[in-house]
Design a protein around this ligand. Structure first.
Ligand SMILES: CC(C)[C@H](C(=O)O)[C@@H](O)C(=O)O
Ligand code: SF4
Length: 470
C-alpha cells in the first residue's frame, strides 16, 4: 500500500512510540513570537533548563508591533511582550528578527521567505496559522504555550498521529478567482469542523498550477476548517522558490536536498482516510458575511434566509451572526457597504497579493468614505514592493502604506476598526471583536479588497477582470 506524505514525514520523525499513547516526535523548526512565548521561557528559567537547539529555533515580533511610528508603543502589555522576547532570545541564544531588523515580519511570512521552512520538516509555533508552512510539504502546526516550553527544552513533542484528508481541486479557475476564494469556498461548503483530527493534503491540477504564495494562502486557512495542519506535496515550484534563500541548502547540498524532497510526495496509490473533491469551475469571488469563515457566499449571491437553514441551531447562529454584523437575511452581498479595507496578514500580505491589489487600484481613487491600509507581511516584501513602485500606486489611490506586522488582522496594536463599521479584510478570521470591539469583518481576496476600496462595496471582480476594466 502506498504512503501519504504525512506517513513519510511522520515515520522519519518518531523518536519514541508506545501502544495507546501519543508518539514523541522530533521537531525540525520551532518558530517563536512575542505573544505565546513569555511563560514558556519563564518555565525554562524556573527549572534551570537551556534551549535544546537554539539553531533550530527562530523568533520574530509581529502581533504587537506598531505599523507606523515604530518607536511609539503605547500599550504597556505589548511593550513588555516585546522587550521580554528580546531579553529571552539574548539569554537563551535564539536568533531574533526584532522590530528594527530588515528580516522582521509576520512569523508565517518570514519562515518561507528566509528559507527556514523546507519540505519534509516538522515545524511548530505557538500560533494556529503555522499550517501556512505546510505549503512546502512540511507537517506544520500550532502548539500551546506549555508545548512551546517542551519543544524549547527538548526539541520534541508528544503528538497523536493525525488522519489524512485529501482535498482534490480540479478544473480551471475563472479569471479573478484566487487562492483565497478557493479556501473560502471550501469552508463555505464544508463548515468549520470538517478537518478535525486530520492533516489536509491539497492536491489536483489547480494546486499543481499554483505558485508557492497561493499554496500558502490555502494552507494558512486549514485551521479554520478545524484541521491540525494543511500541506501540499513538494514539486518543482517548491524547489525553485527555495533556491538561493538565506537558510536553504546551497550548491551540492541543495541538489542532494532536492533528491530527498522529491521522494516526499504522496504515492499514487496512497490511501487517505477521507477525500473531498472540489470542482474549480464552480468557484466565484467569495465574501464572508458572518462571524466564522464558513459563513461565506459568492459575491453574486445573497445572504442565506432563515428557511434555508437545516436546523434550529443553524438558524440561531445565522440570526446571531447577522445581528452582530448589522446585516439582513436575503440581502445581496454586493449591496454591503464597507468603510475600511485591510490588505495584509499571514494569509494575503505577500508580494504577489500586493501586486494583484495594486493592479486593481492603479490610476483610481479609493471611495471617499473608505479608509484603506496596506500592511506588507515583512520588511523584505515592503522593500521589494517599493522597488516596484507599488507603494506609490497605493498611496496615489489613497491607501496608507505601513510597516510590516499582524496589524488589523487582530488589532493587538493601534490598527483598529471602530465598532459597527465594516471592513473588507484579506485576513483569515472574522470572529466577533477580532478587528476591534464591535468591528464587522468580511474576509475576501486582495483583489476583492482592492475593488471594495474603490467602490465602497463588494463587486464581482471576476466580471471586472473579464471585461478588462482593470
Ligand atoms: C496570538 C496567537 C496565539 C493567535 C493564534 O494562535 O492564531 C493569533 O495569531 C491569531 O491569529 O489569532
Ligand atoms: S497575521 Fe493574523 S492570523 Fe496571522 S499570525 Fe498574525 S494575528 Fe495570527
Amino acid at each position: 500500500m502506498g504512503k501519504t506524505i504525512i506517513d513519510k514525514i511522520w515515520e522519519k520523525h518518531v523518536v519514541h512510540q508506545e501502544e495507546g499513547k501519543p508518539d514523541l516526535i522530533y521537531i525540525d523548526l520551532h518558530l517563536v513570537h512575542e505573544v505565546t512565548s513569555p511563560q514558556a521561557f519563564s518555565g525554562l528559567r524556573m527549572k534551570n533548563r537551556k534551549v535544546r537547539k537554539p539553531e533550530r529555533t527562530f523568533a520574530t515580533m509581529d502581533h504587537n508591533v506598531p505599523t507606523v511610528n515604530r518607536n511609539k508603543i503605547d500599550d504597556p502589555v505589548a511593550l513588555n511582550q516585546m522587550t521580554t522576547l528580546e531579553k529571552n532570545c539574548l539569554e537563551f541564544g535564539i536568533p531574533l528578527a526584532g522590530m528594527d531588523s530588515p528580516e522582521q515580519g509576520i512569523v508565517h511570512v518570514i519562515g518561507p521567505e528566509l528559507g527556514l521552512t523546507q519540505p519534509g520538516m516538522t515545524i511548530v509555533c505557538g500560533d494556529s496559522h503555522t499550517s501556512t508552512h505546510g505549503a512546502f510539504g512540511a507537517i506544520a502546526f500550532g502548539i500551546g504555550t506549555s508545548e512551546v516550553e517542551h519543544v524549547l527544552a527538548t526539541q520534541t513533542l508528544w503528538q497523536t498521529k493525525p488522519k489524512a484528508l485529501n482535498i482534490e481541486i480540479n478544473g480551471q479557475l475563472r479569471k479573478g478567482v484566487t487562492a483565497k476564494d478557493v479556501i473560502l469556498y471550501i469552508l463555505s461548503q464544508n463548515g468549520v469542523n470538517f478537518g478535525q483530527g486530520y492533516v489536509i493534503e491539497y492536491s489536483g491540477e489547480v494546486i499543481k498550477k499554483m505558485t508557492m504564495e497561493e499554496r500558502m494562502t490555502i494552507c494558512n486557512m486549514s485551521i479554520e476548517g478545524g484541521a491540525r495542519a494543511g500541506l501540499v506535496s513538494p514539486d518543482e515550484t517548491t524547489f525553485s522558490y527555495l533556491e538561493g534563500r538565506k537558510h536553504a541548502p546551497k550548491g551540492r547540498e541543495f541538489e542532494k536536498a532536492i533528491q530527498n524532497w522529491s521522494e516526499l510526495a504522496s504515492d499514487k496509490d496512497a490511501v487517505f482516510d477521507k477525500v473531498i473533491s472540489v470542482d474549480a469551475t464552480k468557484i466565484t469571488p467569495m465574501v464572508s458575511w458572518g462571524t466564522n469563515p464558513s459563513m461565506t457566499s459568492s459575491v453574486r449571491e445573497r445572504i442565506p434566509l432563515l428557511e434555508d437553514c437545516n436546523s434550529k441551531i443553524e438558524q440561531k447562529s445565522l440570526e446571531n451572526a447577522l445581528a452582530y454584523m448589522g446585516l439582513e437575511a436575503g440581502q445581496k452581498i454586493a449591496d454591503i457597504e464597507i468603510q475600511h479595507v485591510f490588505i495584509g496578514s499571514c494569509t494575503n500580505s505577500r508580494l504577489e497579493d500586493l501586486r494583484q491589489a495594486a493592479e486593481m487600484v492603479k490610476g483610481k481613487n479609493i471611495h471617499p468614505k473608505v479608509r484603506a491600509l496596506v500592511v506588507p507581511g515583512s520588511q523584505q516584501i515592503k522593500r521589494q514592493a517599493e522597488q516596484e513602485g507599488l507603494d506609490q500606486i497605493f498611496q496615489m489611490a489613497g491607501f496608507e502604506w505601513r510597516e510590516s506586522g499582524c496589524s488589523m488582522c487582530l488589532s493587538m496594536n493601534n490598527d483598529i476598526v471602530p465598532s459597527g463599521e465594516h471592513c473588507a479584510s484579506t485576513s483569515n478570521r472574522n470572529f466577533e471583536g477580532r478587528q476591534g470591539s464591535g468591528a464587522r469583518t468580511h474576509l475576501v481576496s486582495p483583489v476583492m479588497a482592492a475593488a471594495a476600496a474603490i467602490y465602497g462595496r463588494f463587486v464581482d471582480v471576476s466580471e471586472l477582470v473579464e471585461a478588462e476594466v482593470i
